[in-house]
Ligand binder design. Sequence first.
Ligand SMILES: N[C@@H](CCC(=O)N[C@@H](CS)C(=O)NCC(=O)O)C(=O)O
Length: 205
Amino acid sequence: MSLLYNKPECPFCWKSRLVAAFSNIEIDLVDIDTKNKPDYFLALNPAGTVPVLDDSGTIVCGSDEIIRYWSTQYKGFVELDLDSSEVTQWHHFANQVLGDGTKQWVFQHRDRSEETVDRMLMAQCKLNWEQCLAYIETQLRPQEWLLGSHPSLADCAVFPRVALGLRYGLPGLDDYPKLKYWYQRIEESEVGMRASAWGKAFTNQ
Ligand SMILES: N[C@@H](CCC(=O)N[C@@H](CS)C(=O)NCC(=O)O)C(=O)O
């Protein structure tokens, strides 16, 4: 039995769920409240972060480690270009550029009332968001994936960040037709729906 200790909106968990869905890896999700972590979870991962995989007693902590583990354990694993240098660059973009550039928007719109959000910070997040979307648009060719003709870990890393921004009210994708197509295709696919944080496709572009 394979359990993934998970938080639905955590982008690292979501990336892992997308990778699992691409390869049809069966996992049962156990949602963890990271503001109130149960002792049994901290015993598995003293660092206290999700995702954590328990694959019949083999414990693997961290999204990259989990994905690497799956790639060695599952015959039918869809490779998703794990070792490509382009994937490494997209990973950096997803986490450090798009993620860090917009996470305060997500946190504040999730946790605060509209009157108490930090307006200056939100304006900066919005600018970061628009710059990131414009960059992705320049990198995509029509009807393709981030690395070209096939899906890769780059798509799995970037998609959750875009989905979270849209979910929490950052501007939609209408000005970015290639990105919009890419996003909707993943969102509406079986893989995208299985991995979604919200149980079903969330449409807000
Ligand atoms: N490098 C880790 C990062 C995981 C991470 O930061 N997870 C966040 C949720 S998005 C978390 O568990 N935060 C709770 C905490 O740090 O206490 C990975 O790729 O899995």
